[in-house]
Design a protein around this ligand. Structure first.
Ligand code: SF4
Length: 356
């Protein structure tokens, strides 16, 4: 096993390590500042630490868990970063500038789409990440490290995060919460919890657990069908938790959190784009005071569904808006750099013969 990464240590864990190493506790603040604020690229660059402590750190830790291998995109558009992990697997992270006002963010902000697992076990039918199955959970250093690395690589501050990259974040809840502590903590990245959105395919027990978490994190649901019959064609997770169970959990969420839920709905021609679905979707959204993001299907190599015509997508949105629901039709960004989740990583792993 590789050495643990410094970027995975919460302040408490780092303080405990320093105590065991016979070092004064104030060193924790210095080390965290070097890692998260000054974003150094080596332990040796932590110049206000004694040489002996730097040597101990080097013997015990790697600085980061991620090795950046590729960037696609241009500085003024969506950029996709590919990172290699210690076991040779890859994850991807997407920086979306000038994000439309999807998650309560202003339009001049930068949103980072973060991965939470290598592969995914949930097999949503529109998604490239599920194509090669599930490999493993990411640990806190690998999740939070994506934010640090994106800021290092671009020199820009990330304003908001969506846990909407590869993997189902709520299937990796313990590591996700550790990473959220690193992302939101004052000594570490210090990004406000209300700028974090966890997107889930609908894991009911974990939605309830996250609702009980004290921070005001936002929630997005991959809904994609307004009836059980339609949703189960797209989302295998639906077999376990049908709509009634899901919406009960969302009622519970609303009883605990003040942030508005987002319902994600990918429009797929002939599958879920009938106007009856729009009417029922509006009814669900109104009942739980949610807003709706409509996303025209993005063609994925290896999958057969089609995107509806733009005029139909607009008409679907209009049904929702006329029913009084806040609904956005997402202008796609990054289609030219394989923005559908999981595609870049799938291409790289298949080139290297890593896929089963
Ligand atoms: S959409 Fe999310 S939960 Fe569904 S298969 Fe893709 S990564 Fe997994």
């Amino acid at each position: 096993m590789p050495l643990p990464a410094l970027t995975g240590l919460t302040p408490d864990v780092l303080a405990a390590w320093l105590k065991d190493a016979g070092e004064p506790s104030f060193r924790a603040g210095q080390i965290l500042a070097w890692v998260w604020k000054k974003k150094v690229r080596s332990i040796d660059a932590m110049t206000n630490l004694p040489v002996a402590l730097r040597a101990k750190l080097t013997d015990s830790f790697r600085l980061t868990a991620l090795e950046h291998t590729h960037t696609r995109g241009s500085p003024d558009s969506t950029r996709k970063f590919l990172f290699r992990l210690h076991d040779g697997r890859y994850i991807e992270t997407v920086l979306i500038p000038a994000s439309p006002a999807l998650y309560g963010e202003r339009s001049d902000r930068r949103t980072l789409c973060v991965s939470s697992q290598v592969g995914c076990a949930f097999g949503c039918k529109f998604c490239a990440s599920g194509l090669a199955g599930f490999s493993r959970n990411l640990d806190a250093a690998e999740i939070a490290g994506q934010v640090l690395a994106a800021e290092q690589l671009t020199g820009e501050r990330v304003d908001s995060l969506v846990f909407m990259g590869m993997g189902e974040p709520l299937a990796n809840l313990t590591n996700l919460l550790d990473a959220i502590q690193l992302i939101t903590g004052e000594p570490t990245l210090h990004l406000g919890a209300r700028h974090l959105t966890v997107s889930t395919s609908g894991l009911v027990p974990q939605i309830r657990l996250l609702a009980d978490h004290p921070q005001q994190i936002r929630l997005a649901i991959s809904l994609h069908g307004a009836t059980d019959a339609v949703r189960q064609q797209i989302m295998p997770v639906h077999q376990k938790w049908p709509l009634a169970d899901l919406f009960n959990a969302l009622d519970f969420w609303n009883s605990k959190k003040s942030q508005q839920i987002t319902l994600e709905y990918i429009l797929i021609e002939g599958v879920n784009d009938a106007f009856e679905q729009a009417t029922l979707l509006a009814r669900h959204a109104r009942r739980i005071h949610a807003k709706v993001n409509l996303i025209p299907y993005n063609t994925v190599q290896g999958l057969e569904w089609q995107r509806p015509p733009d005029s139909h997508c607009r008409a679907f949105r209009d049904v929702l808006q006329h029913a009084g629901v806040t609904a956005t039709l997402r202008l796609e960004k990054g289609g030219d750099i394989d923005a559908a989740c999981g595609q870049l990583r799938l291409q790289q792993e298949s080139r290297e013969g890593l896929l089963p």
